[in-house]
Write a protein that binds this ligand. Structure first.
Ligand code: HDC
Length: 285
């Protein structure tokens, strides 16, 4: 049986010790398109080691950045073909600014497995502490496994974020490169869905699609730059749902509404007018 919720929910996926350096941070930022204007001092703080600061969404790649194998979707109570899976949601919350280099320990558990009928949604939570045991960040993510519903589990919540009924306060257009996914996969996600046309077709897509976490990082950077003076230390948390695929080379249109201290965000593909991120919230520190 591909999904056994009794075995899966609450399963501890263990601890992993990992380390990163400023080169990893620079690669991650470049894979999000940082440094496109290399004479801009603000851009250089993402793309050059002097005064380097770390975009908090680095938390989504730090643990696996040196991984070169394709991911596998095998966990206690779960055994799913990678081609069935897309990234569903992602949230991070940083407990303090991420240092440009460090060593940390991550512990991951499966918090829920939802039965959406036509699909299963598998939710994980990872807590990360530094070598002294003090908390660095917490991440929640879910994968949406198409065709894997019907195993008899609870449906879970919809977790929708209502947008104000007015024009956005800020709109930001961010281009992506045709080779964006080929670059981003060097940050530790070698899922062939993002590189191999045959694999992508077999998975139901016309062409390889962009990593959800690449879009997530690009949008976090764009909003930080446009609304938080490019000050990465002002980002406390960022959460989003992957509402539709992004094709490498498309331009991302990000609309932002101020809602008290929070920034509510929606991103779509300019070329197709199709949703990319929904239900997104950036919480400033
Ligand atoms: C362990 C290692 C694992 C490896 C991980 C691999 C990571 C990466 O390599 C993979 C990627 O980066 S894939 C790229 C990023 N993701 C995407 O592009 C997905 C885009 N979204 C879609 O295509 C559709 O929204 C789609 C298909 C997600 C849903 O669309 P529909 O089928 O039309 O669903 P819908 O009818 O709208 O909703 C059905 C129920 O599902 C919930 N739901 C919808 N989208 C969701 C999402 N993105 N995340 C979580 N739940 C989601 C809905 O709320 C609904 O449930 P309910 O009725 O209870 O509200």
């Amino acid at each position: 049986m591909p999904i056994d919720p009794e075995l899966a929910i609450g399963a501890d996926l263990g601890e992993q010790t990992f380390a990163w350096t400023s080169s990893d941070v620079l690669l991650y930022h470049l894979a999000l398109g940082a440094g496109a204007n290399p004479t801009d001092p603000a851009e250089l703080r993402y793309a050059y080691e002097r005064d380097l600061r770390v975009l908090p969404t680095f938390a989504t790649v730090a643990q696996n950045l040196h991984t070169v194998d394709a991911p596998s979707v095998k966990m206690p109570g779960i055994d799913i073909d990678l081609a069935q899976v897309v990234h569903g949601t992602q949230a991070i919350s940083v407990h303090r600014p991420i240092p440009v280099e460090g060593k940390a320990v991550a512990r991951t558990r499966i918090v829920d497995v939802q039965d959406k009928g036509k699909a299963a949604v598998i939710l994980n939570e990872t807590t990360v502490r530094d070598a002294d045991g003090s908390p660095l960040w917490t991440a929640q993510s879910s994968i949406f496994a198409r065709g894997e519903g019907g195993f008899g589990g609870g449906r879970g919540s919809s977790d929708k974020v209502e947008l104000p009924d007015r024009e956005p306060d800020v709109t930001i257009d961010t281009p992506t490169l045709p080779q964006q996914a080929l670059l981003y996969r060097l940050c530790g996600d070698r899922n062939p869905l993002h590189a191999d046309p045959e694999f992508a077709r077999a998975a139901g897509f016309d062409v390889p699609i962009l990593h959800g976490l690449c879009t997530y990082g690009i949008v976090a950077k764009a909003v930080t730059d446009a609304l938080l003076d490019g000050d990465v230390t002002r980002v406390k948390a960022f959460s989003a749902r992957f509402a539709g695929v992004v094709l490498p080379g498309e331009t991302l249109r990000t609309q932002v509404w101020r809602d008290g201290a929070r920034l509510l965000i929606r991103t779509s593909s300019v070329e197709r007018g199709a949703p990319a991120l929904s239900d997104a919230v950036l919480t400033p520190a």
